[in-house]
Design a protein around this ligand. Structure first.
Ligand SMILES: Cc1cc2nc3c(=O)[nH]c(=O)nc-3n(C[C@H](O)[C@H](O)[C@H](O)COP(=O)(O)OP(=O)(O)OC[C@H]3O[C@@H](n4cnc5c(N)ncnc54)[C@H](O)[C@@H]3O)c2cc1C
Length: 370
């Protein structure tokens, strides 16, 4: 396909959401171009955990991840002071995967599907019949804003109003050390969280999230002596990189023929580890809605997809904010491990609404009794 051709779908942003949307749209027979200002493989500060539901969403896209490219983990462990609670995923494993590896896999798959990709090509604006790149207008039927949390497409399309927004600050670094567990660990501190994801046989990803723009990993680790001791002699594999994580709910995720996907379309706090899964699910949905020319359906179903992860994010932020509540919750998780198993099942969507409700009531009751 030539550079000047018209496309059915033009995707602004070639991160996970943009590439997944491009792949799904190609699978429905649409011609697709993706433009990104960066050069692959694109790195981004991330916890680098792909939860079981995210892997399933990837399989829906026909993307399989070679086992050698990941480090599988079996569950989630919470650590808070002297308290520890852990639960296994009910079925399937999750993967720790370097962000650059995931990007390379998605780019290869998009290329194999016939997606036209333009790298180091930032989109500068929207035109009457398409998007502006390199001082040219590229004609297209649909435009996708997959340009991340600070999306310019969202602004250009007049979709920047939000119903709810909460910003936190995140920093991540990799260490060369053999993972000491096949759980993803979430360490709760008084005013921050650190999560540790095994991403290779000799590498882990450590990500800090807090409400403070100033707090960095080394200072934060002072609050977590056990973790600090493990990392003390581990060589650093990457430099510390920071970003923001935004919980955002938009009243509208499309206007006319412009639709938003992934973090551009709102999202959940990074603490959930659900951002990638959401992006992949939205991508499949959006491609379906392009194929049936029904973006109103995208609006409705997008809201539904966001509901459970947004609820989990709110619960986790609440636990993070209130020390007393967190200690009580940890005591309940320790004394009633099945409640933590139920919470994890809800987190990754592997149970039924009836089971979530029953576990929620039981957890609430136990919290009142502690
Ligand atoms: C600290 C942290 C930890 C996280 N941990 C996890 C985790 O463990 N598991 C999980 O599932 N999720 C996690 N997330 C969330 C996950 O990283 C995001 O949900 C995911 O990256 C969203 O992908 P995206 O494609 O929407 O956005 P991005 O990955 O931000 O991609 C946007 C792309 O758009 C491009 N772009 C921007 N503007 C333009 C323009 N004008 N023209 C062309 N291109 C443009 C950028 O170069 C970029 O490549 C984490 C997030 C953070 C911040």
């Amino acid at each position: 396909m030539r550079f000047s051709d018209k496309f059915d779908v033009f995707v602004v942003g070639g991160g996970p959401a943009g590439l997944a949307t491009a792949i799904a749209a190609r699978q429905r027979g649409l011609s697709v171009a993706v433009a990104d200002g960066a050069l692959p493989p694109i790195d981004k500060p991330c916890g680098e955990g792909l939860m079981p539901d995210g892997l399933e969403a990837l399989r829906h896209l026909g993307v399989t991840i070679p086992p050698g490219d990941v480090y599988p983990f079996r569950g989630i462990r919470f650590l808070s002071g002297a308290h520890k609670a852990e639960a296994l995923f009910s079925h399937d494993l999750a993967y720790g995967i370097r962000r650059t590896t995931l990007h390379r896999i998605l780019v290869d798959h998009a290329a194999a599907c016939g997606v036209f990709m333009l790298w180091q090509t930032p989109v500068r604006g929207l035109s009457r019949d398409g998007v502006l790149i390199r001082n040219k207008s590229m004609r297209t039927r649909f435009i996708v804003g997959a340009d991340g949390t600070s999306s310019r497409v969202r602004r250009w399309a007049g979709l920047n109003h939000h119903e709810r927004k909460n910003v936190r600050f995140a920093f991540r670094r990799h260490y060369r050390i053999a993972p000491w567990t096949n759980f993803m660990e979430l360490h709760w501190g008084s005013d921050c969280q650190i999560y540790v994801t095994p991403v290779g046989g000799n590498e882990i990803c450590v990500a800090l999230i807090s409400s403070s723009q100033q707090l960095r990993l080394d200072a934060a680790l002072a609050d977590f002596p056990e973790l600090a001791a493990r990392l003390a002699n581990a060589p650093r594999a990457t430099t510390e990189r920071g970003t923001i994580t935004v919980s955002r709910k938009l009243p509208r995720v499309y206007r006319d023929r412009i639709a938003l996907v992934g973090d551009a379309s709102g999202g959940v706090d990074a603490i959930t580890g659900e951002g990638l899964c959401l992006a992949f699910r939205q991508a499949v949905l959006l491609a379906d809605c392009f194929a049936s020319n029904n973006l109103a359906r995208y609006q409705r179903e997008h809201r539904r997809l966001l509901r459970r992860p947004a609820l989990m994010a709110q619960l986790m932020l609440l636990i993070g904010k209130h020390t007393g509540l967190r200690q009580r919750a940890m005591q309940v998780f320790e004394s009633h491990p099945e409640s933590f198993v139920g919470m994890l099942a809800m987190h990754v969507g592997s149970g039924s609404p009836r089971e979530y409700l029953a576990n929620g009531i039981s957890l609430g009751w136990q919290l009142l009794r502690v």
